[in-house]
Design a protein around this ligand. Structure first.
Ligand code: PLP
Ligand code: COI
Length: 363
């Protein structure tokens, strides 16, 4: 990583926070509200490709009001974390997987791809530059947000000829603050985030904009997250607004919705499938019908349900609610396997237990 980072030139920064100020800020930050001193940046034009790889002061972007992204949402992004280990070293979790997914997302939005090396180099260079912004408190991390957007001032709808790629870094606490308590999920059956042939598998800003109306219908009903069902038949569970989902059966096998094209292929999801299989659990990627799930929860066939993602890590689900049902999972308490897999994943990320698949990359 250190070698790839050298492609990014570090520009002078007069606006760095003082040591005392930074230490105060990163002691107990909320999720995604605070930003470090620097950002990674490179620019693309149709003729030249990517150039001007740099680490520059974190500052507002200069953007033409005609920039395509502001009109047609040509934007894709990633999310990954830098973890502080007890010996003072800093590590990234599977950044190569994020790099690959950003390429898949860019292709779907007709944006230029960032090479794997540039992705790894940019996140490493930024993390190295702002390494003092990585929180040391347990479960607090430096959340890295790489993103690509069309900056060309042009109101025609077409592939952009000018594009920017940036990485910003946010010292962050847990996505769901406070002690671990199961979240309530609103099952949305009216407003969908995507549909067949849509952008569901791509991590693009538009998916999140489209999720908000459903999410807020849930919030009005006292729920913390929204669960989308498939738009075509409204029968099968897909994922939450910002997380994938896993269902634990009483015989210990685990089911998770298959990657149909409408679901984001989560890196946490993929990692948990691997850890469960390592541990002898059967994991089935399948279409999970909502009606069947509700029945299985009621009968005790399904004992736990949890959400998983970079921001959420592993979060137990304690309740499913909609206009027509309101049902508790596992008496509203965190499940045993849910907490075991959470501890195992977090243990690997924090360097507390062995990393059998070499998922951690030292910065
Ligand atoms: N699904 C959605 C819609 C997400 O936004 C995320 C978060 O990135 C995930 C799933 C989980 O993906 P990952 O585990 O790669 O963070
Ligand atoms: C992530 O987990 O990285 C995400 O992008 C989810 C978002 C809701 C913060």
């Amino acid at each position: 990583l250190q070698e790839l980072a050298q492609a990014f030139t570090v520009l002078p920064n007069e606006n760095k926070a003082s040591d005392a100020r930074r230490e105060e800020l990163i002691d107990k930050p909320a999720f995604g509200q605070l930003f470090s001193d620097s950002m990674a940046h490179m620019s693309w034009t149709k003729g030249e490709g990517w150039s001007d790889r740099r680490i520059e002061p974190y500052a507002p972007l200069k953007l033409d009001p005609g920039a395509s992204v502001l009109h047609y949402a040509q934007e894709v992004f990633e999310g990954l974390k830098a973890y502080h280990h007890a010996d003072g070293s800093v590590w990234l979790f599977r950044p190569d997987a994020n790099a690959e997914r950003l390429q898949n997302s860019a292709r779907r939005l007709y944006l230029p791809e960032v090479s794997i090396d540039d992705f790894l180099g940019s996140v490493a260079a930024l993390t190295m530059q702002d390494v003092k912004w990585v929180p040391t408190r347990r479960e607090y991390t430096l959340y890295l947000r790489p993103f690509i957007f069309a900056s060309e001032p042009f109101l025609g709808v077409r592939a952009p000829e000018e594009v920017e790629y940036c990485v910003i870094a946010s010292p962050s606490g847990p996505y769901f603050p406070g002690e671990i308590k199961p979240v309530s999920i609103w099952v949305e059956n009216k407003y969908f985030r995507t549909g067949p042939g849509g952008t569901g598998y791509a991590k693009c800003g538009g998916n999140y904009a489209a999720s908000l109306l459903g999410e807020y219908r849930g919030i009005e009903q006292g729920c913390e997250q929204v669960c989308f069902v498939d738009a075509a038949t409204q029968t099968y569970l897909e994922e939450l607004g910002g997380m994938n989902m896993m269902v634990v059966h009483k015989d210990g096998h685990v089911e998770t919705p298959s990657l149909t094209g409408s679901i984001l292929p989560g890196i946490t999801r993929r990692s948990i499938i691997q850890l469960l299989q390592d541990d002898g659990h059967d994991v089935v990627e399948t279409m999970i019908a909502l009606d069947q799930l509700l029945e299985d929860i009621k009968s005790g066939e399904v004992t736990e349900v949890f959400a998983c993602g970079t921001a959420a890590i592993v979060t137990p689900i304690g309740r499913f609610k909609s206009e027509t049902f309101d049902i508790e999972v596992n008496g509203g308490k965190p499940g045993e396997l849910t907490m075991a897999i959470r501890n195992q994943l977090l243990g690997i990320q924090l360097g507390e237990i062995e990393d059998p698949h070499n998922w951690m990359w030292k910065v």
